[in-house]
Write a protein that binds this ligand. Structure first.
Ligand SMILES: [Zn+2]
Ligand SMILES: [Zn+2]
Length: 257
């Protein structure tokens, strides 16, 4: 039972910081926050993603490329141009590594406006850190496992980041319904997305890429946006004003009244 809670909690927290910090804040700047809050969330992203930590500035560049070239041959990850989710994520990983190493050819328009923390990013991106976290997850299983087969779930903890990426980028551009016609293949896979906390509203998000609410229609619920609203209410982050929100997307405008 402890291990089920550990797996669900780790997966949910890792995906929350992916969508909240890496995607909505670092890549799109859908809201703003103080330098201190930014550092706290940056650190929490490292803590929760552990062995599959993604460097926010590199993630932001990669993701901006995805929006600019959605489902064209220049898209870093598109099911239209990949044989399967694994080969798609391998190609994504190679580009991510090249961005981190400074060997990728990055257009200037994708640069800047993202959080940078050299020391933490260097540690988080190192094999020493990744393997240490991986060993840490295994120790939890040593402490709580009652059957050998439960250890089969340890690799899930190691690869949560790529796994979430594969789910969002493969399913979100392949399976589900569309609210908006577009040249890309983006789709809304689930109307209530508790698997990736709103990331699977790809069709809505590609249409209104600066709206912090990925839900658009009445029956759609974006869990991460509800948390963002609480953070805004607590003063932890600042949303654009009402008029700007209305311009950014119908979902955000509706939720703010
Ligand atoms: Zn997409
Ligand atoms: Zn995006």
């Amino acid at each position: 039972m402890e291990l089920v809670i550990f797996l669900i909690a780790h997966s949910t927290l890792a995906v929350f910081f992916q969508t909240f910090f890496l995607h909505r804040y670092a890549s799109h700047r859908m809201f703003t926050m103080s330098r201190r809050s930014e550092r706290v969330f940056h650190f929490l992203t490292y803590l929760t993603q552990g062995s599959s930590y993604l460097v926010p500035w590199a993630y932001a560049i990669l993701h901006r490329m995805h929006h600019a070239y959605s489902d064209t041959p220049k898209d870093p990850h598109s099911p239209r141009h990949s044989a399967g989710p694994a080969s798609m994520m391998w190609r994504t990983k190679k580009l991510y590594d090249a961005i981190c190493d400074g060997t990728a050819d990055v257009e200037p328009r994708f640069l800047g406006g993202y959080p940078e923390w050299r020391t933490l990013d260097r540690i988080g991106n190192s094999w020493f850190s990744r393997i240490s976290w991986g060993a840490g997850y295994a120790v939890v299983y040593v402490a709580f496992a009652s059957h050998w087969w439960q250890f089969l779930f340890v690799p899930l903890h190691w690869t949560l980041g790529p796994l979430h990426g594969a789910i969002v980028n493969w399913c979100g551009h392949r399976y589900g319904y569309r609210n908006f016609d577009s040249d890309d293949d983006s789709r809304n896979t689930l109307a209530l997305d508790f698997v990736t906390l709103g990331e699977l509203f790809q069709n809505n998000h590609h249409k209104y890429s600066m709206s912090s609410n990925f839900a658009v229609r009445r029956f759609e619920i974006d869990p991460a946006y509800q948390v963002i609203r609480v953070f805004a209410w607590l003063g932890i982050l600042q949303m654009p004003d009402k008029r700007q929100m209305a311009r950014l997307g119908p979902g955000a405008a509706r939720a703010e009244g």
